[in-house]
Design a protein around this ligand. Structure first.
Ligand code: SF4
Length: 459
């Protein structure tokens, strides 16, 4: 088979990155290899995100560029997958007729066959499955990393927060069978992966819908003893589902990272109620206290929205207050964006764009300050780091992540790659750390916690 090239762009969340890896696996079966050069590609593929209007705008600007490539090379195939495909369906081709394949979130596993069909017939195809359709297990996957892998455990979400399009583009929540997840993780370990992140929009709801109901805590206990599995993470947790059993389980399993991505979205009870988040600020603070009671060093991150319809300056200041009070390790922040089908999108009390921009800038300052303060506390401590590879723009500098998911930079060499090492932190930036490697762990870190002294001090 002649070698074919696919040029890929992926927008959005980790779940999208995971779908992208599966899409590349399916395309590899059809003889496609990734390329960084769009002008040399036989297939131009974009995995889309619908979470904000801006992400959609980016998609159509990209498709405009690809249309020009197609005018120069009419044989090239243009394919769109992901949440915007599911949301806009045939409208995508109406807006840009250069698109050949539109495939939804619940049938992207057909991508390889659809591309093949277009190659043969030269007729465009739009294929959007039902949101309740099960996504097949055991799809081929081309992983982006060498040591860390994403493993979806839940697809979709049933919460219907009033601002969010995800339940409409990814459907109701569906847990994967525990055995299928375990099979995937065992296969990853056999390939040399050491760290996995279990993914789900509400990952701490895992297992409730299975024929034999189970929990995320039970899944962690099942996976934790697998030989070679040095690190397990999970995200994103929902405050309604995060319970003490899960936190105790994280505290008790040394290869489960003490990292909770656990969004509050707003510090105002009035906003939380209108967002339909189903929890209060007080409940959230109790959960933070519970996490820190069991795991004092736990890293806590989240997501925050400013400018939700009807948000007043007082509501917004409540959000600033909660960021300071919780002392988050990090937060993703965004200005509210109107999304189709959502109740919030229909409201008439939308916050003007200039106010949203101003609030976002003020929030980002506080988030950076808080994160910097948390990072400064780590200066002088030893942190366990999985070395991922060389830093892209700094020769001789290597990078990896701590147990708390902070990115650390340190002088190194290729022998460190894929090793779990102890790094002494010597300086902090708002979102990253700097340090020096102290020693390598020769075996599984069965009892490592973040501040223990190094095994061997090479400094
Ligand atoms: S929990 Fe809410 S914000 Fe998160 S994906 Fe579900 S509906 Fe969206």
């Amino acid at each position: 088979m002649a070698e074919l090239k696919v040029f890929l762009r992926s927008f959005g969340c980790q779940m999208n990155l995971s779908d992208t890896e599966r899409a590349l696996g399916l395309l590899a079966r059809q003889g496609y290899e990734p390329t960084d050069d769009a002008d040399a590609a036989d297939l131009l593929l974009v995995n889309t995100c619908a979470i904000r209007e801006k992400a959609e705008d980016k998609l159509f600007s990209l498709l405009g560029e690809w249309r020009q490539i197609k005018q120069r090379r009419p044989g090239v195939i243009v394919a769109v997958m992901g949440c915007v495909a599911q949301e806009m369906k045939a409208e995508i081709r109406r807006r840009n007729p250069a698109v050949d394949v539109v495939v939804g979130t619940h049938n992207f596993h057909e991508l390889g066959d659809l591309v093949e069909e277009v190659r043969e017939t030269r007729s465009p195809i739009t294929r959007i499955g039902q949101l309740r359709d099960a996504i097949p297990d055991d799809l081929p996957t081309v992983r982006d990393g060498k040591y860390h892998a994403w493993v979806p455990v839940i697809y979709g979400c049933s919460y219907f927060c009033s601002y969010c399009i995800v339940p409409f583009t990814r459907g109701p929540f569906q847990s994967r069978e525990l055995e299928a997840i375990e099979r995937e993780v065992i296969a990853l370990l056999a390939e040399g992966f050491q760290e996995i992140t279990l993914l789900g929009q509400t990952v701490d709801r895992y297992g409730l819908d299975l024929a034999t109901p189970t929990t995320l805590a039970a899944l962690l206990r099942r996976l934790s003893p697998l030989p070679g599995l040095n690190r397990i993470r999970f995200l994103t947790s929902h405050p309604v589902d995060l319970d003490e059993e899960l936190v105790r389980t994280v505290a008790g399993l040394s290869n489960v990272m003490e990292y909770f991505h656990f969004p509050i979205q707003s510090g105002s009870d009035r906003m939380l109620d209108e967002m339909k988040r189903q929890h209060t600020v007080a409940r959230y603070l109790e959960q933070v206290a519970m996490i820190r009671r069991h795991i004092p060093d736990a890293a806590i991150s989240g997501d925050l929205i400013v400018g939700f319809p009807g948000e007043t300056e007082a509501d917004f200041e409540d959000t600033l207050r909660i960021v300071r009070e919780v002392e988050f390790d990090s937060n993703n922040t965004a200005a509210y964006s109107i999304r189709p089908w959502t109740p919030a999108g229909k409201r008439t009390d939308q916050v003007p764009e200039d106010i949203k921009r101003d609030r976002l800038a003020r929030l980002n300052e506080i988030v950076a300050e808080t994160s910097f303060r948390r990072n400064r506390r780590l200066v002088g401590t030893w942190q366990e780091v999985l070395v991922e590879g060389p830093a892209s723009r700094s020769p001789g500098i290597w990078t990896g992540r701590t147990r708390g998911n902070r990115e650390v930079f340190f002088p190194g060499d290729p022998s460190l790659e894929g090793q779990i090492v102890q790094v002494k932190i010597d300086s902090a930036r708002p979102f990253t750390l700097r340090g020096c490697v102290a020693g390598r762990l020769e075996s599984r870190p069965s009892d490592i916690r973040p501040t223990i002294p190094p095994v061997v001090d090479l400094l």
